[in-house]
Design a protein. Structure first.
Length: 262
């Protein structure tokens, strides 16, 4: 025969009270009677040591003091009613979302590790995309085709490329260096620019203006050299991070495709 609801509830509460699993959580500190759980302190210590700080009595004391400071400030904020402020409520919700999203991504990454073979395949793909050569280029960027043609004509009359770049180029990042873009692989540039650059001979410049999304270019090839590609082990961490970011973006895209967004 079942107990009535009232007595069943009392029985459950009695069981919880004596069960070690539901015993009062260990406290790291009491602030105005409010407990800072030891588990919270342990989590902060775990995060600190994960970032390279050695676990020590000094570290534990510093983190405990910091958490007490946070607690007294938070309590004072509640006294002043700041926990009811709409902006504060929204910020708390955003923080909660970020924590939950981060936990989900960490769990997914843990359960779907990137294997060594996958890393090596990505390395070979990136290496092929880089090519075998890198180019030392200069350019002059202007707004119109007519301006670019006028510059080409000026260069044909022994005009100084670097001087013209400083005077007329719209590319603020290179004009002060005489239009120099430094050493780079073609894949660093938009296709139109890359195609024109790789078709030039050393020391030559484009005889026709090159149009890209940025404007009209006059391009000069200073030099070409063999590309020294880093070995796999040297770039493995960066490749791992790249694939991880791709994986996270894939998760987001998949979840968005299944979500009802209005």
């Amino acid at each position: 025969m079942y107990k009535s609801g009232k007595f069943a509830a009392l029985a459950i509460l009695s069981t919880l009270a004596i069960s070690p699993a539901f015993a009062q959580e260990k406290s790291a500190a009491l602030v105005n009677g409010i407990s800072i759980p030891q588990a919270r302190l342990d989590l902060r210590i775990k995060a600190a040591t994960a970032q390279g700080q050695p676990d020590s009595p000094e570290l534990r004391k510093a983190i405990r003091e910091d958490m007490i400071n946070l607690e007294v400030l938070a309590q004072e904020a509640v006294k002043l009613g700041m926990d009811k402020n709409p902006d504060v409520i929204q910020q708390a919700e955003i923080s909660k979302q970020q924590i939950l999203a981060g936990a989900y991504v960490q769990d997914h990454t843990k359960n779907h590790p990137i294997g060594e073979d996958q890393l090596k395949q990505e390395y070979e793909k990136l290496k092929a995309n880089l090519g075998k050569s890198e180019y030392n280029a200069k350019h002059i960027l202007v707004e119109t085709e007519a301006e670019a043609k006028a510059i080409i004509a000026q260069l044909g009359k022994k005009g100084n490329f670097e001087k013209i770049a400083k005077e007329k180029s719209k590319d603020a990042g290179s004009k002060e260096n005489g239009g120099s873009l430094g050493w780079a692989v073609p894949s660093n540039f938009v296709p139109e620019f890359a195609n024109a650059l790789t078709s030039l001979k050393k020391g030559a410049y484009t005889k026709d203006p090159v149009k890209t999304q940025f404007g009209w270019h006059v391009i000069k090839l200073e030099d070409v050299r063999d590309l020294n590609v880093p070995v796999f082990e040297d770039v493995k961490p960066q490749i791992q991070q790249r694939l991880h970011q791709q994986s996270v973006q894939g998760i987001i895209n998949d979840l968005r495709s299944k979500a009802k967004i209005e």
